[in-house]
Write a protein that binds this ligand. Structure first.
Ligand code: NAD
Length: 474
């Protein structure tokens, strides 16, 4: 069984204690991961602080070149990283419409390259005979990165690359459910980065909250659930840590009566079941106008009937298992509750016999607000389809959620759809799309979906503080 090590100050460190990492397709432990003690975290933070003194001052072009070198590493090691990712996360190597480990690696490379090309130039506010005033963007120091298990490598990349690009150093702690792809990447990255610039610690529990409390960490970038985000904010208050919190969502999509059901159903299906529904900005509540309700239900159920579920290492598998047993149990609970509430199951709904954390693609019609499946974030392959007749009421119901990550309007009338989309209380509103993101457009949540944004120059700015520099000339 393969064992992994912590990487601190450029060195691989094996620990006395380890924990097992499971393959969700079999439920079996297939690798051992180190348990970091508090002293390891202190060492990692000290190494990152030391490295910061030089990394923050090197020429910007050097950091840009290093970030490109990290993209080269991802490219060169793509097959190995894809296999580790499928083993620990469950997503197929290829996957439905190409959303699998290959896409996660491809996205990681693209985000790294685009981030390398961004810079934050000095802003000159005044320059006359009296004075020159410049606004500089300065790195914060040590950034603590805490990613989740659903897109473990790509989200790690979203945290690490802008932090490094702007001159910060990093201590990353991956999810204990999916630590391995990130550990291998950090090991490879340390072949090109100076020691201490990028460190990794792992443990089964406790280390994330220790990071949030650690006085040597200046910022936490966190992607995960809302309760954990709140805990990080509280713990981080001790030294007024900057936080970027990308949290949960319960995104609503609203389908207007003018759509062509055959045309939109595949897109709705894709955005609801992206990564088996385990994506923060998946479509999680689908409101469909009564005029097209039956047609949309029928078209989506037909697609669900055509997909193949299995071990992601096998060719032609569309969807793998859920990533972990707790998530599977939660999805089963929501399905049971929806049955009791009178939900009409168009497909799926029952966990298959056998090993692994599998659950079929499930569409539930005739449920409405007040049912757990509609009100809570399912984060799995089960989607409620809710009938509406009045658009203002649909918008009100979409906005009723405490979350505010994404939302969408589906219509042929683009102007009308745009007006309606702007009424959705969320960080990203799409028209005729959902969950699509790109490295140059900001992405983040409002309300209890968090604050701060990632991507583009807006995202880069979050890893800096402003220094105003005024030179008086006379
Ligand atoms: P989680 O909150 O349980 O865990 C996320 C990370 O936080 C893990 O690394 C975990 O070990 C760590 N952690 C746990 N307790 C901690 C604590 N008290 N202090 C510090 N760190 C702690 O979330 P998850 O189950 O891994 O991920 C699923 C959730 O993430 C869903 O709600 C999903 O919507 C959300 N998510 C959001 C985005 C986004 O961009 N908004 C992206 C992906 C996932």
């Amino acid at each position: 069984m393969k064992s992994y090590g912590l990487i601190i100050d450029g060195k691989k460190i094996m620990t006395d204690k380890t924990f097992g990492v499971r393959n969700p397709a079999t439920g079996e432990v297939f690798a051992q991961c180190p348990v970091a003690e508090a002293a390891h975290l202190d060492q990692a933070v000290a190494a990152a602080q030391k490295a910061f003194t030089t990394w923050s001052r090197v020429d910007d072009a050097v950091r840009k070149a290093k970030v490109h070198a990290l993209a080269d590493i991802l490219e060169k090691n793509m097959p190995e990283l894809m296999e580790i990712l499928t083993n620990e996360n469950g997503k197929p190597l290829g996957g439905y419409q190409g959303i699998g480990s290959g896409m996660e690696l491809g996205g990681s490379i693209a985000w790294t390259r685009v981030t390398a090309e961004f810079s934050l130039p000095i802003d000159v506010i005044q320059d006359n005979e009296d004075a020159r005033i410049e606004v500089h963007r300065k790195p914060l120091g040590v950034v603590g990165s805490i990613p989740p298990w659903n897109w473990p490598l790509m989200i790690a990349i979203w945290h690490v690359m802008p932090a490094l690009r702007t001159g910060n150093t990093v201590v990353i702690k991956p999810s204990s459910l999916t630590p391995l792809t990130t550990m291998r990447f950090v090991e490879l990255a340390n072949e090109v980065l100076p020691p201490g610039v990028l460190n990794i610690v792992t443990a089964e529990s406790g280390i994330g909250s220790a990071m949030a409390k650690h006085p040597g960490i200046n910022k936490i970038v966190f992607t995960g659930s809302t309760p954990t985000g709140k805990s990080i904010m509280q713990n981080g208050a001790a030294n007024l840590k900057r936080c970027t919190l990308e949290l949960g969502g319960n995104d609503a999509g609203i389908v207007l009566p003018d759509v062509d059901p055959k045309e939109v159903a595949p897109k709705l299906f894709m955005t609801g079941f992206h990564n088996n529904g385990q994506t923060c900005a998946c479509l999680k509540r689908l409101y469909v106008h009564a005029d097209v309700y039956d047609d949309i239900c029928r078209e989506m159920a037909a697609i669900a009937g055509s997909v193949r579920i299995g071990n992601g290492l096998e060719e032609e598998v569309d969807f793998g298992p859920l990533q972990n047993e707790d998530q599977l149990k939660f999805v089963c609970e929501l399905a049971e509750d929806a049955k009791k509430a009178g939900g009409r199951f168009l497909c799926g709904g029952k966990r298959p016999e056998g090993p692994g954390y599998f659950f079929p693609i499930t569409l539930v019609a005739d449920v409405t607000d007040g049912t757990r499946l509609v009100d809570e974030e399912q984060f799995g392959p089960i989607l409620p389809i809710i009938k509406y007749t009045d658009i203002d009421d649909a918008i009100r119901r979409a906005n009723r959620s405490p979350f505010g990550l994404g939302g969408s309007i589906w219509s042929k009338d683009l102007e009308k759809a745009k007006r309606l989309a702007s009424r959705l209380e969320c960080g990203t509103a799409w028209v005729n799309d959902h969950a699509s993101i790109q490295p140059d457009a900001p992405f983040g949540g409002v309300k209890e979906s968090g604050y701060g944004v990632e991507f583009g120059h807006y995202g880069l700015e979050e890893y800096t503080s402003i220094q105003t520099l005024k030179v008086v000339k006379r």
